[in-house]
Design a protein around this ligand. Structure first.
Ligand SMILES: [Zn+2]
Ligand SMILES: [Zn+2]
Length: 332
């Protein structure tokens, strides 16, 4: 197989991914081998490549928004046939036995493995995944359009749930990259009024086109207090800004696996039962719910596509905030 592999972390501008040819992997018991057709490029991939997230395994093939066709079934696999279309997302596997798994919160599993961090991911022509963690994708989405649903879509959806926002309420979105572009479509489907803060003029324009009622910078306050907010920018100052815009009893959900810092906040902004909470990974149920919602709405993914060997270009553009919507690699 051909892959873009990370041997050593480094800044995106130094192009830390190298093209490599490796023997085709073979699926173990309970696993499937996919011929990858598309793989989304996520900010988490950038953080893994640049070393903001400590490496779990090197070398590693990044990529956790994988769309492909089942090519080989490992022993004992049921429910999948050769030729089926399948998606593989961030959660690569859990133990199923820890206290969190048994409580239905597998996203918090103490032994969770992650695609493109613990296990080789989809910046490749082939990838192996646990069959019970592979996802059915809705018809009506081409492979390149389905890929961004698998992380940007699912984590955005879980973040909305964690913010406690209810249909018709006032929602704040802070940062307007791939995930927010999909989350706003769900929020509008729920009849929420959406207020978007972002620095980028292009993102403000895109937010208005997708139904935002108001757009402003991070230092501007939405005209009404928010009943829920999600922050997408990996910056603590943005979290503090969102908190200061909340109504009583409301929550800021922080959609970030890595945050630069947490600044001092005025307790008055947290008082009245306001909450800050992080959003960690997602469950397979979150993924299934989002994928069926995506088909019903239907969610439109805006994307740029790149050849597999140009993964480094995509990461560099992402690091500069230049990607419109989602970046997706054409792998096959
Ligand atoms: Zn567990
Ligand atoms: Zn991701």
């Amino acid at each position: 197989m051909h892959a873009m592999q990370l041997e050593q972390t480094g800044p995106a501008s130094a192009r830390p991914l190298r093209p490599v040819d490796l023997p085709d992997p073979s699926p173990g018991a309970g696993e499937i081998l996919l011929r990858v057709t598309a793989c989304g490029v996520c900010r988490t991939d950038l953080q893994i490549c640049e070393g903001d997230l400590a490496s779990h395994k090197l070398p590693i093939v990044p990529g956790h928004q994988i769309v492909g066709r089942v090519e080989v079934l490992g022993s004992g696999v049921t429910g999948w046939q050769v030729g089926d279309r399948a998606g593989v997302a961030w959660l690569a596997g859990v133990d199923g036995t820890c206290v969190h798994c048994r409580a239905g919160r597998e996203n918090l599993c103490v032994a969770a493995e992650f695609t493109g961090w613990d296990r080789d991911g989809g910046y490749a022509t082939h990838a192996v995944a646990r069959a019970d963690f592979a996802l059915r994708l809705p018809e009506g989405f081409a492979d390149l359009d389905a890929a961004p649903l698998l992380c940007a879509g699912v984590i955005g959806y879980r973040s909305l749930k964690m913010s406690g926002i209810a249909p018709g309420q006032r929602l704040g979105l802070y940062g307007f990259g791939a995930s927010a572009t999909l989350a706003i479509q769900i929020a509008r489907h729920w009849g929420c009024r959406v207020f978007v803060c972002t620095r980028s003029p292009a993102e403000k324009e895109r937010a208005l086109a997708l139904g935002a009622e108001w757009v402003g910078g991070y230092d501007e306050k939405p005209p009404e207090q928010l009943q829920g907010a999600v922050t997408f920018a990996p910056a603590g100052n943005v979290v503090a800004a969102a908190l200061s815009a909340l109504d009583r009893g409301a929550t800021v959900a922080i959609n970030a696996i890595h945050l630069d810092r947490v600044p001092e906040i005025a307790y008055a902004n947290l008082w009245w039962e306001r909450s800050l909470r992080s959003v960690a990974n997602f469950t397979r149920d979150d993924a299934r719910e989002l994928l069926s919602l995506a088909a019903i709405i239907p969610i439109r993914t805006e994307r740029e596509s790149y050849a597999l060997d140009d993964a480094g270009v995509a990461l560099e553009r992402l690091s500069r905030g230049e990607v419109r919507g989602s970046a997706v690699l054409k792998c096959g």
